[in-house]
Design a protein around this ligand. Sequence first.
Ligand SMILES: *Cc1c(COP(=O)(O)O)cnc(C)c1O
Length: 378
Amino acid sequence: MAYILPLSSPVFDGNESHYMQQVIGSGLLATNGEFIEKFEKKLSWKIRSHQAVALNSGTSALHLALILLGVQSGDEVICQSFTFCASANPIVYLGATPVFVDSETDTWNMSPELLEDAILSRISQGKKPKAIVVVHLFGMPAKMKEILEISERYDIPVLEDAAEAVGSTYMGRSCGSFGRIGVFSFNGNKIITTGGGGALLSNDVSIVEKGKYLSTQAREDLPYYQHLEIGYNYRMNNMAAGIGLAQLEKLDECVSKRRAVNQLYRTLLEGFPGIEFQPELAESASNFWLSTILIDEKKTGFSNDKLRVKLFREGIETRFLWKPLHLQPVFRGARFYGGRVSEKLFLSGICLPSSENLSHEDQKKVVRVFEKTLSKVL
Ligand SMILES: *Cc1c(COP(=O)(O)O)cnc(C)c1O
């Protein structure tokens, strides 16, 4: 159904159609047009320190990143449990095994303590993990300082799944620039979109070059088709890159608008019993891709699901937080280090409409449903 207030919708009020006309005029729609390189240059300039390869999805970026980190069949890879399945699926594509780690309550992302427990436990079993997949959930930076210290101590590289965190910063640096490799997604409802798209970032030029090579069928630079390795068809096309460039030009604006949406929810729901927002540490600035809250049913008298249904009836789209991967049937039997932190977040949380073009009136409409639901309870 079409929602009156969707969860997160893109806004194309910049150069998108202008660039699209240029792409069509050039006749280069595939992976060979001028916008691909322009998009990559702009992206690496925004992120500083890192170079970027534009790809056709965040998932393919994660897949290539794991290959570039040397992950092979039979290896183990540590992965944050509280995330979208695409953080872990590529581990399985490679015949490797995900080992899930629970979250902490300060950021809802991977707990550094549990990460270290997991590493020590796996090493004691003779199974040193090949990589650590950390996620910045809903745009909120993970505790990267602690996680990078652990990564160095045990010499295990970090793959930073910054799919949801384009434009977020931690200690003044862009998310996506902390790991040996960082990954972005530009899927349809992310903070900026190329329709479908992703990027792989690294400050290691050889990784970036190899990623580009593997993403274009591992073609050697010869007048005929010569292949020394198995490659992939993972490159971003020129149409997507044109839209991406226009979206990137207004990334800062997108972030400040989403942050304003989050701030207004905080103000409107202040004093409302039993509502808690995803916390933001002093060293972090989330892009607030999605505004998320926890509902303490004992205080509100209604659950996240009850609220979801009430909002749905008013044409307002919400979504539960990601169901932890260690609780997903498809990952049944996977190793998990932690307790019930991410599970509890999942059971009480909900994502509110967060599009950059929400008006104050729209947000008040959302909050009025909270008030109506509460007064029914009292
Ligand atoms: C969206 C997302 C991905 C996958 O990106 P796609 O571009 O949809 O393939 C990976 N990880 C996380 C955390 C995501 O939210």
